[in-house]
Design a protein around this ligand. Sequence first.
Ligand code: GLP
Length: 241
Amino acid sequence: MKITVMKTEHDFDIAAAWRIIGQMLEKPSAVIGLSTGQTTKNMHRIVSDIYKEYPFDTSKVTIFNVDELTNLDRSYPGSCYTMIYEQIIRNLGISDENFLMPPTFSDDFDVECTKFENALQERGGADLQMLGIGWNGHIGINQPGTPFERHTWVSPMDPIFEEKVRRETKVPDDYPLGGLTRGIVDIMQTRKIVLIAKGESKAEIIEKAVRGPVTTDIPASVIQLHPNCEVLLDVAAASRL
Ligand code: GLP
């Protein structure tokens, strides 16, 4: 596992953006997995800015997000579809066909999970996953305790994030919210993983994920077992390493 520490948050954003651009330039038909959240907002903007200034062929690039909220309309500004569409897809002129996202509503999410994985496989599997990490070590939406061999599924969300979504969407307390997420075993099949984190608030969980034992208590610790993984941090997130 390679650990890269950038001096400032801005340097981190730029370095992370270049991991995405670099993959697209290296392999014009790359299949790239993104993550939503505060960590990735600026890097997605920088990718868009670089593309605007120095456009290149994106017609064969496939983009997907590692997870998506279920049972909420895609038009909810917090849906992964909307965030990734606004932050990247429309700016890079990626076609609808090459933006792979599972639906947010379905009568049978098991079927949707299989369809999503099959669609990725049909394109040769994921080349790169820019992987965020949650405060409790979750990756995608896989929470602590998720078996590493779990395939793509609908997972409960972490309680803090769920609270935020419920507040924003005003859904009733008993409304079934969840997240369709690539399973840990599927994420691990990605040819290259870049685990990304910035800010002091991520320092402790990064220490656990990178230096602690590989355990389902900290889902992100599984990346220690990946043959081609980079952990990209700013100094604040790396402060306990
Ligand atoms: C959510 C997303 C994850 C993301 C995590 C971290 O749970 N589903 O994919 O990695 O948030 O978000 P942030 O970057 O805002 O800390």
